[in-house]
Design a binder for this molecule. Structure first.
Ligand SMILES: [Mg+2]
Length: 300
């Protein structure tokens, strides 16, 4: 993988803080129909499962000598707050692992075919940050982090699309080439088709309702990751515009805004994030420290 530019630390902090802000700003609107849902930074911004899992994944990357799904799921299972809006299936997997079941057995016992939800994609940004320079390490970490809970190929491919997008932005590649790049990397027919739809849609100006019909706003990986990438491609140079756009679509607003927020934050860096919102973000300094740790990991 050619590294075209060397990113600085604020791309890393921008990415993870952007993810957490998108999650916290999207959470109050989760499950609503499309409409004018305004991001509100007037009180404490509390994050949900998306950010909690991202934090646990970042810690696993920083602390484990060998990054495996067994190690990663151990971090997920020992540091989760069930009140943060986890999906029922993920909670079940984590409690089974906590009770001592092997990760692969736990995952298959809850989702016999594997989950194709966006849970692996929403938390994967730290993987894109830590391994952006090495395609092989990046691919290994994507798979291990996804397979900790999501073994369906569409669930894994969603994580691949997000982590590769973070790495692409970090390397300073032209944003307008992202969709074409992802099309070559997608491994499932579901994502190849979704990216084809994204390519056609990005040049138009669909209404929120039309966009939801074309790309989706649900918890399915192939019906939310492309939507977040669309939001980033259209508005990513303006962080709050990106988040407002995600909220206007309704549906899985916290996760779609978290994914788009991670990409936008990576592009605009920490200084491009809204200061008033950052001041009210729960665990801001913890998230920032993890991002700085990943920056050091990526340089080593
Ligand atoms: Mg959530």
């Amino acid at each position: 993988m050619n590294t075209t530019t060397t990113p600085d630390e604020t791309s890393f902090t921008g990415c993870l803080l952007g993810l957490a802000l998108g999650d916290a700003l999207g959470a109050p609107h989760e499950g609503k129909p499309p409409g004018m849902h305004i991001p509100d930074c007037s009180s404490t911004l509390t994050y949900t499962d998306d950010t909690e899992m991202m934090i646990n994944l970042a810690r696993a990357i920083l602390e484990c000598t060998t990054l495996s799904r067994q190690e990663i799921v151990r971090y997920f299972a020992s540091n989760y707050n069930p009140a943060r809006g986890y999906g029922g299936g993920t909670l079940k997997v984590l409690s089974l692992v906590k009770d001592g079941l092997q990760v692969d057995v736990a995952v298959r016992s809850v989702f016999p075919e594997g989950s194709y939800g966006n849970g692996a994609a929403m938390r994967v940004a730290p993987v894109g940050l830590a391994f952006y320079r090495d395609e092989e390490l990046l691919e290994h970490a994507i798979r291990e982090s996804a397979l900790a809970t999501h073994v369906h190929p569409v669930g894994v491919d969603g994580a691949r699309m997000m982590a590769l997008s973070v790495a692409f932005v970090l390397r300073g590649r032209p944003v307008e080439e992202l969709t074409e790049y992802l099309s070559k990397k997608a491994q499932t027919p579901e994502f190849k088709k979704a990216l084809d739809r994204l390519k056609i849609t990005i040049s138009g100006n669909p209404s929120p309702k039309e966009l939801i019909e074309i790309l989706g706003n649900s918890v399915a990986s192939d019906r939310s990751v492309p939507t977040a990438i669309y939001a980033f491609l259209k508005h990513g140079r303006d962080f709050m515009k990106t988040i407002s756009f995600c909220l206007s679509l309704g549906g899985d607003t916290d996760t779609i805004a978290a994914m788009a927020g991670a990409l936008s934050g990576c592009l605009v860096k920490e200084e491009g994030l809204p200061g008033e919102c950052l001041k009210r973000l729960e665990d801001r300094s913890k998230i920032s420290s993890l991002a700085k740790g990943l920056y050091l990991t990526a340089q080593s």
